[in-house]
Design a protein around this ligand. Structure first.
Ligand code: MEV
Length: 321
């Protein structure tokens, strides 16, 4: 019997993280160089419901039933089974691997869920649409992040640049003029769950002040979408700088992220900001001819990884391999 394999990419948020949780729009793009992969093999000698799961990146090798009931991998399997009205999944072995760093702001949890849900639906012989895969991944995201906006599960499942606003139909962005982003690791893990809950506490304490920051971020994101549609990406740089400063106001940046963002700008980046939940994790810098100078300076100043990604309209890919 063949193996059932599915993948999902990492992501970066170009504009609008955190504000998107409060109903403002955000723009996210897939990072195809980073991938989560789920491979499922039937165990013909096993009984239905016997599912072995291994994820060497987190040193996990267990029977699914021995994981906590709210373990994200277990919830992902339960979601697919429930969606397809199956009491028991046929015996199988699931292997999860990922090149997306964990706790990085690069969408690792959403990508793992999405790849697993897609591979499992293929293994079960049921067709799940992208919307259904994304919705099931969203349910798993609620365990990771508490109150996710839904942007991560959508961008990694649809694998295309998205303009996302809760409650509105999702828009795929067509990138008129492709541009380049350097993605740099701050050397410290991020913590999206904590960042999201810290922002929520601040918003509950000072609703007017925080609402104002969210709507300013929303305006930046709307302007960014116009520039992307007009094929004017260089102008995104100053908007990234403004977005970073508002993320500082939200309290989700760190001294190290601020330093690296400033380093990127000083070395010639057109703009830079943290990306994702923050409190560590990654920053992104819009670059043109000065890629090498920005990369070198970031590494000298403590970034633990720097790599280049192109932002372009990606055609939808086939669902499972
Ligand atoms: C995390 O990638 C983005 C946040 O806005 C959380 C969310 O949208 O669910 C911080």
């Amino acid at each position: 019997m063949p193996a059932f394999t599915a993948t999902a990419p990492g992501k970066i948020i170009l504009f609008g993280e955190h504000a998107v949780v409060y109903g403002e729009p955000a723009i996210a793009v897939p990072v195809q160089a980073l991938q989560a992969r789920a491979v499922i093999n039937a165990v013909l000698s096993g009984k239905s419901g016997e599912i072995q799961i291994e994820a060497p990146d987190i040193s996990l090798a267990a029977d699914l039933k021995d994981l906590d009931i709210d373990h994200p991998l277990r919830v992902a399997v339960t979601e697919v089974a429930g969606e397809n009205k199956l009491d028991l999944v046929p015996a199988c072995r699931i292997r999860i691997t990922s090149t997306i760093p964990l706790s990085s702001g690069l969408g690792s949890s959403a990508a793992i869920s999405s790849a697993l849900i897609r591979a499992l639906s293929a293994f079960l012989g049921v067709q799940m649409t992208d919307e259904e895969v994304s919705q099931a991944a969203f349910e798993v995201e609620t365990i990771h992040h508490g109150t996710p906006s839904g942007i991560d599960n959508n961008v990694v499942t649809f694998r295309r640049p998205v303009y996302y606003q809760k409650g509105n139909p999702m828009e795929f962005l067509s990138i008129q003029t492709p541009f380049h982003i350097l993605i740099a690791g701050s050397g410290f893990p991020g913590n999206t769950r904590k960042a999201v809950s810290t922002v929520r506490e601040s918003w509950l304490t000072e609703p007017e002040r925080y609402q104002k920051i969210f709507s300013e971020i929303g305006n930046i994101t709307r302007r960014a979408r116009e520039l992307i549609s007009a094929g004017d990406p260089r102008e995104l740089g100053p908007l990234m700088d403004q977005n970073h400063s508002l993320l500082q106001d939200l309290g989700v940046s760190t001294t190290r992220l601020d330093h690296l963002v400033q380093t990127a700008r000083n070395a010639g980046a057109l703009g830079a900001k943290l990306s994702g939940g923050g409190l560590g994790g990654h920053l992104i810098a819009l670059v043109d001819d000065e890629v090498e100078a920005v990369r070198e300076n970031l590494l000298e100043e403590g970034a633990d990884s720097v790599f280049l990604t192109a932002v372009e309209s990606s055609p939808p890919l086939s669902q499972a391999e």
